[in-house]
Design a protein around this ligand. Structure first.
Ligand SMILES: [Zn+2]
Ligand SMILES: [Zn+2]
Length: 138
């Protein structure tokens, strides 16, 4: 489905095509820190389907626990996280859905990296649990 969003200050707007089956909440420590929250809510989207329609993203590269360099992008003015992905430009983008207008139509289908979730976090939902690890690759 076609989705779109804007960062907190409105300086960045974006559009993408999301597969409602590839929406997850992630409890990995990188998502907790980068999102300054107990978990992150994101969709996997193709790079071709994503475009910035206003402004220019800033990004930096962080080496994940897996050893893979991950490029994290955000608004240069208000710092709203927009997406993460492989720094070599391959693979799907993990598009942060906090800034997405269609959140109501995109309930998460997976909970991932639950091994690093805080004990008090409980997402009360029938969505699938994955105790250790990432989304299944399709
Ligand atoms: Zn902004
Ligand atoms: Zn994560």
């Amino acid at each position: 489905m076609q989705i779109d969003g804007a960062c907190h200050c409105g300086g960045i707007t974006w559009t993408a095509v999301a597969d409602p089956e590839l929406v997850a909440v992630c409890f990995c420590t990188d998502c907790q820190t980068f999102g300054s929250s107990a978990f992150q809510y994101a969709a996997r989207v193709t790079r071709e389907s994503f475009s910035v329609t206003r402004g220019k993203l800033k990004s930096y590269v962080k080496t994940a626990e897996s050893g893979n360099p991950r490029e994290m992008s955000f608004c240069p003015d208000c710092a709203t996280p927009i997406h993460g992905g492989n720094s070599d430009g391959t693979g799907l983008l993990s598009l942060r859905l906090g800034s997405c207008r269609q959140k109501a139509q995109l309930p998460p289908q997976f909970q991932i990296w639950c091994c690093s979730a805080a004990d008090w976090v409980a997402v009360d939902s029938p969505i699938k649990l994955d105790k250790q690890g990432d989304l299944p690759v399709r």
